[in-house]
Design a protein around this ligand. Sequence first.
Ligand SMILES: [Zn+2]
Length: 232
Amino acid sequence: MRALILLAVLVGIGWWGLPWLKQNLPAQYNPFIPLSVTDPPGWVTRYKLERLQSDPAACLDVMRRAQQAGLVTFREAPAMQGACPLVRPLRVQRFGDVALSSSFLASCPMAVASTMYVLRSNAIAQQSEFHSPLRRINHVGSYACRNIYHRSQGRLSEHASADAWDVTGFQLRNSVRLEVGKNWREPAPASQLLHSLWRNGCDSFGNALGPDYNAAHATHFHLGMRGAGYCR
Ligand SMILES: [Zn+2]
């Protein structure tokens, strides 16, 4: 009997509590409020980002709101046919004041993750020893119709669905340049900031692979959507 009463009380709390939570939880902790690219990292943000993978309209809406806020510039790109089709890819041109070595194709969820990544990276660079935000991000692309590690057999790379982005370096507004291939280990301030920028990848993306992972990543960060915070 006691157990039944307890159960009834718990159901009651759930029944009345859920609408209260929906209305009163702050947006970044509230799974019922759509994702914003300015949401802080955490499991609720990760959950919302994962949900976008199966909801293209909601995903595009997140990107449009980010563009209206001046945080990213993108356009909808034509679909890609062939062995590695892309249904509704986006072409990302810049992230607010942060320029790119070239525009890149992204699946919508990857475009959202990369916008969040650059926003947070900008803040990290600003708070670093260099006290300077980002001016430019150098990269070697996102979409490539191939298997993992260019193998002839095996599963398709995240790049085959434009779900990953390979970043090779950063230029700060004060003209300091950080290259993954040259500065991963030295000098110390550059190396430290690069390590922070790599680790930041795991908060926005499913995985972030850097030079310590293997020789194939000696010169770039691979930032991809598979996984849930896999940092190597
Ligand atoms: Zn890659």
